[in-house]
Design a protein. Structure first.
Length: 396
């Protein structure tokens, strides 16, 4: 460790001291290069953790991991995976993450297994709670595999357990898609016991965690992460003026809801994201974020998947199933063309650079009905650009 000392100048030493004395920085504005440089050596026992229980979520985890790397995190990356993740996916995850850990609650034979026997409905939840057993790290930030990082968020490690952002549906509950926690076998056992006794009020981990960490809403405001660390697509539409005001500050986007980025398909040739088969044209996420997800996927993840799968067929996510060789060729040619202007096109509050395909025309009363039933056509008539235009006409 002595070799660290001469490398630090006064301001660096000061920033370390501040880090230890203050511990918590309420403004979360510590993205200075100095601290990042210090963190690299001293904070190797901190990690971002995610979870993939199937191949689709594994793709999400790959994109998330790539987005963390792109924004130069100094923390370790850990992926927990369930037994159903295919071997090639696992290999790609291993190339992105520092540690990939198989969690098979069914075969664990310990308290987690006993808890699962009592509450078989909570299988995935128990798998997620497993993150508390990562005791070789002193602090971790859990991130759902359906989140995407838009800038460096290492400052989250200044927060204490359990820190999380409010859930847009019920802001007195935190959303468990992004949270800061301290690994501890004791906490893990307590959570499992709590879970098997009380179940989960929403059937998932968010219900369990909110019941267990039940003072989050009232006890300590420093445990409330700003919403920009877990911006859910739903909130964009429920409070559009706020999104217009603060959306550009977003650091993490969370693709909440049933339809995930990987539910769509992608035209590698044109770089266009297409509606998914369940509800074509219906897009529940903000199109620019969706496009960004697919940029990460096609740029960094898909080439690795093609390599790992070889000639074995798999769901590439691309439109009109092409051969792996054809996709590879397209990716190479498009990445060469785009290499000078890589993924800088992202701007949440500006109008989109490549507009979505025009949707079939729906009568306005029918549209109103669909909107009220929660079936908004976010890629078409109810797209962000259209709503923004309408809103602007009122605000003027
Ligand atoms: Mn999620």
């Amino acid at each position: 460790m002595w070799n660290l000392i001469p490398a630090l100048d006064c301001s660096q030493l000061l920033s370390i001291c501040q880090l230890h004395i203050k511990g918590f920085n309420p403004n979360l504005t510590s993205s200075s290069g100095h601290r990042a440089a210090c963190s690299q050596k001293t904070m190797a026992d901190q990690a971002f953790v995610t979870l993939a229980t199937n191949d689709n979520y594994a793709k999400g985890a790959m994109v998330l991991g790539q987005s963390l790397r792109k924004h130069k995190t100094t923390k370790k990356l850990v992926a927990l995976i369930g037994p159903h993740v295919a071997e090639p996916c696992r290999r790609v995850l291993e190339s992105v993450y520092d540690e990939v850990r198989l969690v098979d609650v069914l075969e664990s034979g310990d308290t987690a297994h006993l808890a699962l026997m009592k509450r078989p409905d909570l299988g995935v939840t128990f798998t997620k709670l497993h993150c508390w057993t990562l005791t070789h790290y002193s602090k971790c930030v859990f991130m759902d595999a359906d989140t995407l990082v838009l800038s460096n968020i290492d400052e989250l490690f200044e927060r204490e357990e359990l820190s999380a952002a409010p859930d847009p549906g019920w802001p007195d509950c935190f959303n468990s898609g992004v949270f800061v926690f301290t690994p501890s076998n004791e906490t893990h056992e307590k959570l499992l016991a709590f879970c098997s006794e009380n179940g989960s009020f929403d059937g998932g981990d968010q219900g369990v965690l909110n019941s267990y960490f039940n003072t989050w809403a009232t006890a300590d405001i420093s445990r409330h992460l700003p919403f920009i660390y877990n911006l859910s697509s739903i909130a964009i539409y429920s409070y559009l003026p706020a999104f217009k005001q603060y959306g550009h500050k977003a650091k993490v986007v969370h693709f909440l809801g049933k339809v995930k980025p990987w539910s769509y398909s992608y035209d590698a040739q044109s770089g266009e994201v297409k509606g998914h088969s369940v509800a074509p044209g219906l897009c529940e996420v903000q199109p620019d974020y969706l496009r960004l997800w697919w940029e990460f996927y096609s740029g960094a993840v898909l080439p690795a998947l093609l390599e790992a799968y070889g000639d074995t067929p798999f769901n590439t996510g691309c439109v009109d199933e092409k051969s792996h060789e054809e996709i590879r060729e397209i990716l190479t040619s498009t990445s060469q063309a785009a290499s000078s202007s890589t993924s800088s096109s992202f701007a949440p509050s500006s109008s989109s650079s490549s507009p979505p395909p025009p949707p079939p025309k729906v009568p306005s009363d029918e549209r109103k009905k669909r909107w009220e039933a929660g079936q908004a056509d976010y890629m078409g008539d109810d797209s962000f650009v259209h709503i923004e235009r309408k809103l602007d006409s009122f605000l003027k």
